[in-house]
Design a binder for this molecule. Structure first.
Ligand SMILES: Cc1ncc(COP(=O)(O)O)c(C=O)c1O
Length: 411
């Protein structure tokens, strides 16, 4: 929460810099984003950060982040996205979620061996995904005139926490591979196949990296979250090390990836981890306001125009229903950033075409004024806007396309 004098100065700066723009539009405050990047690097050090592209969804910004010392490689969210990025010169792309896209796999198996730096790696957590890769390799057949790169695969290890013999399970329902024995069995299945190469292990601890440990106004929930996070982190550090050691006995691994914005320092401290992932912390969306270890600056904002004043204490803005994915609760709604003191109407929420905002502050707003909001999550904002206006100090210095603005819609 920003204090009133700072809020007023910040609102004036935003208004001055964007006076020529007509809302709705989205903006990234580069000063805030680079301060956030510094903080992510500090928290991850000495481990490099793989950039979670789903949390940025803007190629121009991803390129600039990856040019920084401390960031290395992309964690992509679909294989078509990874191939598109590779086509634009991105290197070392790890696709974080398994794919069943036959056309994209067909393209992957035809990546030429002479572009090894593109290094697109796909995620597997069972033999079923290996079968799909095999099918793509069979469709390709052998073409003696070309030399193809082997398909690089990474094992997704479940990072969930299990207690009472599995009766209590905490964490996202992701990979079925949980134990060292299961990881070794899958590694053996990979090594037994032609045309594929096992290069790494990834495990994402959603229950610590993506869940704030200081939810506002909920002290008991905060205590419960902290207790479970600490148990889970300790268990995972031991299990992850065992899995990595067991698989390394079969094959050398290039990468062991873990973590996310919310867990950087804890995950990076594990000796078995070679790199951590982060993305959301750059934009600093609303769901990342509730962590004790760090406070990102709000860097990604969107402005909506006030289009009517239904009565005292209400100003209605155009659009606004940009909800975040996840369990459909109030935390998925956008939050009003500035002017401070406005809130959503509980009955109407954030609307498809208009959003009433309540509070005494509304009486100071006229038709044509703007309200600044933040998305609950990071990259999803870019599915709503074709471009991002980049703010530096007092000026908009550039407008860059989002994935959507480049005509790309991966998920
Ligand atoms: C596999 C994986 N790694 C890391 C992350 C963390 O990304 P962020 O830093 O954007 O929260 C996520 C987010 O969902 C993820 O799915």
């Amino acid at each position: 929460m920003i204090t009133p004098p700072i809020a007023t100065a910040e609102l004036e700066r935003l208004e001055r810099a964007t006076a020529d723009l007509d809302p709705p539009f989205a903006l990234v405050d580069l000063d805030a984003m680079w301060a956030n990047a510094d903080d992510l690097q500090r928290r991850a050090a000495p481990k490099p950060i793989r950039l979670a592209s789903k949390s940025v969804r803007c190629r121009a910004l991803q390129e600039r982040v990856l040019a920084r010392e401390g960031f290395r490689g992309t964690l992509a969210f679909t294989l078509p996205e990874a191939l598109w990025l590779a086509g634009h010169g991105f290197e070392d792309i790890l696709v974080a979620y398994p794919t069943a896209d036959r056309a994209a796999l067909g393209e992957l198996v035809r990546l030429p061996a002479e572009r090894p730096r593109a290094r697109v790696t796909v995620m597997v957590d069972s033999v079923a995904q290996l079968e799909l890769i095999d099918a793509a390799l069979r469709r390709r057949g052998d073409d003696p005139s070309s030399s193809f790169a082997p398909v690089r695969v990474c094992i997704d290890l479940d990072a969930g926490y299990r207690a009472l013999g599995g009766r209590i399970m905490v964490g996202a329902k992701r990979s079925p591979v949980h134990t060292p024995a299961q990881a070794v069995a899958l590694a053996r299945a990979i090594l037994a196949r032609d045309g594929v190469k096992l290069v790494g292990i990834m495990s994402y601890e959603a229950q610590t990296a993506g869940l704030g440990d200081a939810p506002s106004g909920r002290p008991l929930r905060a205590l419960a979250i902290r207790a479970i996070q600490s148990l889970s982190a300790r268990e995972l550090a031991v299990r992850r090390a065992e899995v990595v050691e067991a698989v390394r006995e079969l094959v050398p691994l290039e990468l062991v990836n873990g973590g996310g914005t919310g867990s950087l320092e804890r995950t990076a401290a594990e000796p078995a981890i070679s790199e951590v992932t982060a993305g959301s912390g750059l934009y600093g969306p609303a769901l990342f306001d509730s962590y004790r270890a760090f406070t990102p600056r709000p860097a990604a904002l969107f402005a909506l125009p006030v289009v009517r004043r239904p009565g005292p204490g209400v100003a209605t803005v155009l659009g606004g229903g940009y909800l975040a994915s996840g369990p459909a609760d109030a935390a998925r709604l956008p939050v009003v950033h500035l002017p401070a003191g406005l809130r959503l109407d509980r009955r109407e929420g954030a609307g498809e075409v208009q959003t009433p905002l309540l509070g005494r502050v509304a009486d100071g707003l006229a038709v044509g004024d703007r309200v600044w909001l933040r998305h609950a999550k990071a990259g999803e904002l870019c599915e709503r806007f074709a471009s991002l206006h980049l703010l530096e100090g007092e000026r908009i210095v550039e407008e860059v396309p989002t994935y959507r603005g480049e005509g790309q819609c991966f998920l």
